[in-house]
Design a binder for this molecule. Structure first.
Ligand code: PLP
Length: 494
């Protein structure tokens, strides 16, 4: 049979009918472009002979496809595909690119302000507060770097990243791990770090375990690499050992954000980290540890990274300054054993040659002069105050049955509504009143109603927190049907 549409062995356990299985196979081939519009399905006789089924079975399968509007049978012309991609589109754009495009268009987007509505509070964005960005300090660092070292910085640099910067970064999160610059690869933000890990440690078709809810750009990255997401369903969105144990056997890689998880703000405690890593270390599955918010702890003790608990050296940590300082510089880094850094550096080399030497030099200066650490300290203090204000106000404004996470750091917290409530409806209603939040469905790969939303505090100064939460609480009340002292009438989501 023609390449690309081979029929897998049929399951004869009686669970799915044979005709249904054959139809599902061709439906998949049409949907993912292996069969394109205008092509013919193989003849009924050929399929029947190959699979050892009756022609009537194959006829039923083709009838199912015709009823679904996917094929049309014409006397003398056989069964023609009438849906899916046109042939020229199939050859022009790869399956991975189409999957990435679908992920981009398909995901639920957070509500935006209606035209004419002024902003009261932005709890939607994880972007930094524009008013407090250290623009002058960055300008000075760029200026000084160019003045002192211009010709070298405007040429190509070291593909693994500026050696001096890598030394600084290696010492920054030394943990129990060696502070070795060979363990660091500079990337264009943590997002490129994720991409490099996926490209280095997986093959198309592999499964990746992801605790949900999770960072939405991860879903697109998985799609772009033709990877299958295996959800670890938890309340915390974190790597809870029991839930992990249920999926570990079927995956090629585990993704986790153990500290100030986006979107829930949850942190895996020390015992859970050790238990999760013990399970993983007994397998050969590598780990992608997302550490983009690690530096934003404003209370409680530092916890060991997953990488420091992996005696096999199979964990890669991605980090960046995007969440603590500014995403616009697009500098992040990967931390791993030199054996894993080398293949990732090779992939990066042929992807973008290297990250900007000029921006790395400026960042190095900001680190050495202490500007970045002072900025981080300021941000942590600001977040401590904002989180405390949010907690206090949620407690006084939200109706009974609403719960929220109490992170020890990071940019956001999670507000959980009573079961059955639709956070998207709350978010849309709040946006009409000038308050933005991101409803939970944005953090799941397939759209579904979620009874919770992320409340981000990075762009919400202290004075808008109470009025913003009041608006949210009003809409939560009308969604839940809860009145003060009244009983919850929770609508059923079917
Ligand atoms: C959890 C998580 N990982 C990775 C990234 C990407 O960060 P960067 O801007 O460094 O590419 C983000 C950005 O929002 C994020 O929230």
């Amino acid at each position: 049979m023609r390449r690309g549409i081979e029929i897998p062995r049929l399951r004869r356990d009686g669970k799915d009918g044979l005709a249904e299985q054959i139809a599902a196979h061709f439906r998949g081939a049409i949907e993912d472009g292996r069969l394109s519009r205008g092509e013919r399905l193989p003849t009924i006789r050929l399929v029947a002979d190959e699979l050892g089924v009756t022609r009537a079975t194959v006829q039923s399968a083709y009838r199912l496809l015709a009823e679904g509007g996917l094929v049309r049978a014409t006397v003398g012309r056989g069964t023609e595909v009438v849906a899916g991609t046109a042939p020229h589109a199939r050859t022009l754009v790869s399956r991975a690119a189409r999957a990435a495009g679908d992920a981009l268009r398909g995901g639920p987007v957070p509500p935006t302000l209606p035209i004419g509505q002024s902003l009261l509070a932005d709890f939607g964005s994880l972007q930094p507060d524009r008013a407090s960005l250290p623009v002058d300090a960055v300008a000075d660092a760029l200026d000084a770097a160019l003045r002192d070292d211009g010709p070298a910085l405007l040429a190509y640099g070291d593909p693994a990243g500026d050696r001096g910067l890598r030394e600084l970064l290696a010492r920054r999160h030394a943990d129990a791990l060696p502070a070795d610059p060979e363990r660091i690869l500079i990337s264009s933000g943590a997002q490129q770090g994720i991409d490099l890990v996926l490209r280095t440690l997986t093959e198309p078709g592999d499964a990746v375990a992801v605790p949900l809810p999770a960072y939405p750009q991860l879903f697109g990255a998985l799609a772009a690499h033709e990877l299958r997401l295996v959800p670890i369903e938890t309340a915390s969105g974190n790597l809870e050992p029991e839930a992990l144990a249920r999926v570990l056997d079927e995956v090629r890689l585990v993704y986790a954000m153990p500290t100030f998880q986006n979107p829930t703000g949850s942190t895996l405690d020390s015992a859970q980290r050790r238990a999760a890593m013990e399970l993983i270390a007994a397998s050969d599955v590598p780990v992608l540890e997302d550490g983009v918010e690690c530096e934003l702890r404003f209370r409680g003790a530092e916890l060991p990274s997953l990488q420091s608990l992996d005696p096999r050296g199979r964990t890669v940590t991605v980090r960046s300054f995007s969440k603590g300082l500014f995403p616009g510089v697009r500098i992040g880094w990967l931390e791993a054993s030199p054996e894993l850094i080398a293949p990732m550096a090779a992939i990066k080399r042929f992807s973008d040659l290297e990250s900007s030497p000029l921006l790395q030099a400026a960042l190095g200066r900001l680190l050495r002069s202490g500007v970045l650490d002072r900025e981080l300290e300021r941000l942590r203090a600001e977040l401590r105050t904002r989180h405390a204000a949010a907690r206090t106000h949620l407690a006084s404004a939200m109706p009974a049955g609403v719960h929220w996470s109490e992170p020890e750091g990071g940019l956001s917290l999670w507000v959980e509504l009573p079961r059955g409530c639709d956070a998207r409806r709350v978010a849309i209603a709040a946006a009409r009143d000038g308050v933005l939040v991101t409803p939970g469905d944005a953090f799941h790969p397939r759209s579904r109603s979620v009874a919770g939303f992320r409340l981000a505090l990075s762009r919400a100064p202290l004075d808008v927190i109470a009025p913003g939460i009041d608006v949210l609480a009003r809409h939560v009340r009308s969604e839940t049907g809860v009145r003060d002292g009244g009983r919850a009438a929770i609508p059923l989501v079917l």
